[in-house]
Design a protein around this ligand. Structure first.
Ligand code: PFF
Length: 450
C-alpha cells in the first residue's frame, strides 16, 4: 500500500494559466462563433455574458472550493467532505461525463491537427468555400485518418500528463496561454484590415433583443458551462492542486475574464472575415473548418494566416484535453492508491489513454455516438452535475467553512460571499430545475395551473 500524495501548482500564475488553459479551448474558438452565428450574433453574446456572470463564475468557484477544501480529486472529494459514502455517486457521474466528452472532443482536436498539417503543406491553395466543403466531407468519410489524427492528440496529451503537475501542465500552460492571446490579437488586427469587416463587428456586437428566445438562453447556458469546463470535476481536480494561500474568488474571476475574452476575440476574427467575403454566419459546426481556410486563401499572407490560425486552435485544444484527461488520471490514481494494486501516474496515463482510444473509436466510426455524446453531456449530464454540486456545497457543507474561504470579515468580500451563497443555494438549482421541467414540457403545464 502506498500513501497517495496530492500534487500542487507551485505558483499563482501557473494555477491561473492552467485553469484558463482548461477553460479556453475548442469551445471558445470553434463552438462559440458557430453558436453565436446561428443564434443572432449580438443577442447570443449578451445572454452568454450574463450566463457567465450568474452561472459560470459561481460554478467555477464551487468546483474549485470542493477540490481545495478536500485536497482530493473528483474520486475522493465528495466522500471526504461529506464524511460518508452518500455522495460518492457524484464522483462516478463526473467521471462518466468526462469519459463521454473525451470521444468527441479528442476527435475534433484530431480535425484541428489535420487542418494544421494541411495548412503547413499548403493544401488549401486556390480552394474556395465550395471546394473546402468537399475537403471537409472527404476528411469526415476517411474514418481511419480521423482516428489517426485523434491519436496524435491522445499521444500529445498523455506526453504532458506523464510528468508531474507542476512540471507538465503548469510549465506548458505558462508558455502556451500568453502565446495564444498574442496570436489571437494579431489575427484580429489582420482581419479588421479587410474591406467590409465592420459589418461582421456590427453583427457580433449589435444586440437585437427580439432575437432572444428560450432556446438562445439554453444554448448560451450550455455553452457557458462547457467553455468554463465546469460540471465534470475537472476543476475539482485543479482545486485540489491549489495551495491554501491561493485565492478561489480571484482565480475564478480571472479565468472567467480570460475565457470570455478569448471567445470574444474568436468572434472578432471570424465574423469580420465571414462578412468581408459574403459568407453566411449561420454555417454551423463547419464555420471554422470550411469557411476560414477559404477566406485565408483570399487574403495576402494566405499560408501564414492558415498555419497561424490552426496552430492556435491546436494549442487551445491541447490545453483543454490535458485537463479532461487529468480528471480521469487523478481519479484512477486516487481510487487505487489504497488498494493492493496502486496505479501510479504513469500506469494511470497508459490506462486512460487506452480508454480514450475506445471512446474516440466509437465517435469516429459511429457518427450518431458523436452527436449523442455531445448533446447528452451538454444538455443533460453537465447541468445535472451542476445542480448536484450546488446543492452539495450550498446545503450540505458547513456555511462557516464557506465564509472562512470566501470572506468572513465585514466588507465587500463578505457581501460578495453572501451573494455567492444565495446564488448557489437558490438561483442556480432553481433555474436548472426550471430548464429541465421546460425541456420535459412540464413547465408550461405548471404555469397553466396558476
Ligand atoms: N472548456 C473547454 C473548451 O471550451 O473547449 C472544454 C472542456 C475541457 C470541458 C476540459 C471540460 C474539461 F474538463
Amino acid at each position: 500500500m502506498t500513501e497517495h500524495k496530492t500534487p500542487s501548482f507551485s505558483s499563482k500564475v501557473g494555477l491561473i494559466l492552467a485553469t484558463a488553459g482548461s477553460a479556453v479551448g475548442l469551445g471558445n474558438i470553434w463552438k462559440f462563433p458557430y453558436e453565436a452565428g446561428q443564434s443572432g450574433g449580438g443577442a447570443f453574446l449578451i445572454v452568454y455574458l450574463i450566463c457567465c456572470l450568474l452561472f459560470g463564475l459561481p460554478m467555477l468557484m464551487t468546483e474549485l472550493y470542493i477540490g481545495k477544501q478536500s485536497q482530493k480529486s473528483a474520486y475522493g472529494a465528495f466522500r471526504k467532505l461529506s464524511n460518508n459514502n452518500r455522495w460518492q455517486w457524484m464522483s462516478w457521474v463526473c467521471i462518466i461525463t468526462a469519459l463521454l466528452i473525451t470521444g468527441f472532443y479528442f476527435e475534433v482536436t484530431g480535425w484541428c491537427f489535420h487542418y494544421l498539417f494541411a495548412a503547413i503543406g499548403n493544401s488549401f491553395k486556390g480552394m474556395t468555400a465550395v471546394t473546402m466543403q468537399t475537403h471537409f466531407a472527404q476528411l469526415m468519410s476517411n474514418k481511419w485518418a480521423l482516428f489517426g489524427y485523434s491519436m496524435i492528440a491522445v499521444v500529445a496529451t498523455a506526453g504532458v500528463l506523464w510528468f508531474d503537475v507542476n512540471k507538465g501542465i503548469e510549465r506548458l500552460s505558462k508558455i502556451l496561454m500568453p502565446l495564444l492571446l498574442v496570436m489571437m490579437i494579431l489575427m484580429v488586427i489582420r482581419v479588421l484590415m479587410l474591406d467590409g469587416s465592420h459589418k461582421g463587428l456590427e453583427f457580433f456586437f449589435k444586440v437585437d433583443f427580439s432575437k432572444i428566445t428560450p432556446n438562445t438562453v439554453l444554448a448560451a447556458l450550455g455553452q457557458c458551462f462547457l467553455s468554463l469546463s465546469v460540471g465534470l470535476g475537472a476543476l475539482i481536480t485543479y482545486g485540489a492542486y491549489m495551495q491554501k494561500s491561493q485565492n478561489i474568488t480571484a482565480t475564478s474571476l480571472q479565468v472567467v475574464i480570460l475565457d470570455t475574452a478569448v471567445a470574444v476575440l474568436a468572434g472578432m476574427i471570424i465574423f469580420p472575415a465571414v462578412f468581408a467575403f459574403g459568407v453566411n454566419p449561420a454555417e454551423g459546426p463547419q464555420l471554422v473548418f470550411v469557411v476560414l481556410p477559404a477566406i485565408f486563401e483570399k487574403m495576402s499572407f494566405a499560408w501564414l494566416s492558415g498555419v497561424f490560425f490552426f496552430l492556435l486552435l491546436c494549442i487551445a485544444a491541447i490545453t483543454s484535453t490535458i485537463s479532461l484527461m487529468e480528471v480521469i488520471v487523478a481519479f484512477i490514481n486516487e481510487a487505487t492508491a489504497k488498494t493492493r494494486h496502486p496505479l501510479n501516474r504513469h500506469k494511470s496515463v497508459i490506462i486512460v489513454s487506452a480508454m480514450i482510444m475506445l471512446t474516440i473509436g466509437a465517435c469516429v466510426f459511429r457518427e450518431e455516438i458523436f452527436n449523442w455524446s455531445d448533446d447528452f453531456t451538454a444538455n443533460i449530464l453537465i447541468p445535472l452535475n451542476a445542480l448536484a454540486m450546488t446543492i452539495f456545497v450550498g446545503w450540505f457543507l458547513p456555511k462557516k467553512d464557506l465564509l472562512e474561504e470566501f470572506g468572513k470579515e465585514k466588507g465587500f468580500k463578505h457581501y460578495f460571499a453572501l451573494c455567492y451563497l444565495q446564488i448557489v443555494r437558490y438561483f442556480i438549482p432553481l433555474t436548472i430545475v426550471i430548464i429541465f421541467l421546460n425541456g420535459l414540457g412540464l413547465w408550461d403545464a405548471i404555469q397553466k395551473l396558476f
